[in-house]
Design a protein around this ligand. Sequence first.
Ligand code: C2G
Length: 393
Amino acid sequence: MFKKFVKSLIIPFYKVFFKFLSTKKNIIVFESGNGRNYTGNPKYVYEYILDNVDTDKYKLIWSLEDLSIDIPGKVIKVKKNRIKYFYFTAIAQYWVFDTRPPIHLLKKDSCIFIQTWHGTPLKKLGLDMEMVNMGTQTNIEEYKHLFEENSKHWDVLLSQNPYSSKIFKRAFNFNGKMLEIAYPRNDILTTGNSEEFIEELKNSLNLPKNKKIILYAPTWRDNEFYKNGDYKFVTEIDFKLLEKELSDEYCIIVKYHYLIKEKENWEDFNNFVFVANDLTDIQLLYLASDILLTDYSSVMFDYSILKRPIIFYTYDLENYKENIRDFYFNMENNVPGPLIKDNNDLINYFKNFNEDAYFNEFGDKYQEFIDKFIPWDDGNSSKMLVDFMDLNL
Ligand code: C2G
């Protein structure tokens, strides 16, 4: 109630204030994960700029919910939805965001909104959705209207593959510049895929060297939430059982999606489960892990750049498709790995896991998957995007 009251007072002033401001060529605003973290495409574009552009001539702004988040370089951090956030977004030459900004955020025509988005879609998106159970939002027509109100301000949209380009045009009703240059966040999966860098990563993450590392990175469940925007960590994995059966050979990194407000206590699993919260950059966890365990998350597409085994824990597949989100394609026929439904099968699979046997079974499907979904991820996406931005003040 109070928030609505404040909004009703501030928004009119903001609209007047906005009109008197003009675009400044040296201002770039970045935001990842709705301002909750420093990760993903915006992070890697920003770091490429730090290394390759004369940044003394620019003001590089990061929009954050938590200003204590560590960001390298001469950065100006602004708290999301506060005065400086509205000021810098009003005068910026570029926005580099990977999610949808608040619907009340105003953008000048002279500001170029680079929407990097955050994944190739298995799950139906935007105008393609037949139902919405996202937090308390259940009105699909209202959801689609808000989505279009947002995407009409996007000037540039990144695409990881032709499959995404086709879907994004329709699902986002996007008619701007589709930049088919894959994802800047994945450059490191090409440049960083070396034994020495992975060794450094494991040391920095305190990961054991004598065990196979499983990265468990599930997606969020739209209808499992504490409050709007704060989702629950939902899984049927019995970590105690997995620890008992698998901890001699494996350890597991649990990576939360940025929408998950973790409330779990993992103290009992000190040498088996390593928790990576929503602030951790999953690109680094991909490199440090030997096997990906996921469900319906777009992590599967990025991880396939490393051509390492991917296992799918799809215990709620039917419920997910019927009551949460439908998919663009049939998983069984298209994903390069087994769909496992319960803990016992999961344990048996990992106990008997053999990489050669995995690639004998899934190798052809894996190659088709790579050809279709990561044809352009070659380690140069950040360069191509910054060249496009033409930052030469
Ligand atoms: N992600 C992560 N940790 C997870 C899951 C996802 O860091 N446990 C990050 C990955 O970079 C992933 C991105 O968030 O690519 C999007 O996550 P999804 O699980 O795919 O879910 P969603 O945010 O709904 O994005 O079209 C975009 C996606 O298909 C949907």
